[in-house]
Design a protein around this ligand. Sequence first.
Ligand SMILES: NC(=O)c1ccc[n+]([C@@H]2O[C@H](COP(=O)([O-])OP(=O)(O)OC[C@H]3O[C@@H](n4cnc5c(N)ncnc54)[C@H](OP(=O)(O)O)[C@@H]3O)[C@@H](O)[C@H]2O)c1
Length: 312
Amino acid sequence: MTLVLFSAPDSVWDEYRDVLPRAIARAGVEARIIRDDALTDPTEVDYIVYAPSSRLKDFTPFTRLKAVLNLWAGVEAIAPNPTLKAPLARMVDYGLTEGMVEWCVGHTLRHHLGMDQDIRRNDAEWHPHVPPLARWRNITVLGLGALGEAVARALVDLNFRVTGWSRRQKDIGGICCLSGDDGLREALSSAEILILLLPLTDNTRDLMDRNRLALLPKGACVINPGRGPLIVDEDLIDALDSGQIAHATLDVFRTEPLPPEHPFWAHDGVTVTPHIASDTRPQSAADVVAENLRRGETGEPFLHLVDRSAGY
Ligand SMILES: NC(=O)c1ccc[n+]([C@@H]2O[C@H](COP(=O)([O-])OP(=O)(O)OC[C@H]3O[C@@H](n4cnc5c(N)ncnc54)[C@H](OP(=O)(O)O)[C@@H]3O)[C@@H](O)[C@H]2O)c1
């Protein structure tokens, strides 16, 4: 029987203890799931279902491992691990995608429509401010992967003018697709609203520094549900203070939870959300894990494999 180690804190297991065995049974796989504290012989483990908050960091003893199935979309915590030799798959599913689309569209519309002006005002004065139509608003999405492409498409469906940037050149109907350094400069220069949906890798860390923030049109809004280190915090604060950036909505941070003394909390131009842009939903994620177990057991290629040389 296939042995699956579910390596994650109790709080994560509580969400999966019912849905995962059911999903595995539906996939027709005969598997026994154990937790870290029941692990006696790592050489017997076939698969590890892995949460980045797991204490497991040394994969060397798992000599029979067929794959590690990451429960999150982001893999920066595990992809560089030199002890992991088995294939690494990450989470791509409708739950993560729909959650991210809803969060990004919501925060984009907040800035596009200038909702804060009405929500904060209670001065009994009539201040008409008519937002432009979406067709006249330029939005740039950095990262056109599973999440970035879905967000970009949803914004196109709302009639926004959308530019996207990715490592490899793409061709997606309705989206101005760019790549490379020149493409990044062009993508930033028109971005009245900038959405960051890049993974954290050696090539994307600190991407949005003061020089690149300066390329945005004055008064642009930045929305970051990607990863905290994509932006240089001090440079963003300076850009907010100078008015170069009108507002930043940040879901992810260099240190999480964001420390109480961090200047983002007190800054009027920053909205902090606690890494909730899109959570992995066990109801949909369990099926992806089960499908990958089935594929592994029948010799089919795994879904959503990470290119570890690229870091994502
Ligand atoms: N806040 C949250 O709740 C939350 C939830 C889920 C995910 N996330 C974050 O969202 C990120 C994106 O997820 P995803 O599933 O969309 O990832 P993905 O499918 O791997 O897509 C990543 C995109 O980034 C592009 N990219 C990577 N490195 C690049 C570089 N150096 N230059 C230009 N483009 C580059 C890729 O280009 P190619 O298309 O050419 O490969 C791809 O378009 C995750 O890594 C994670 O950090 C956050």
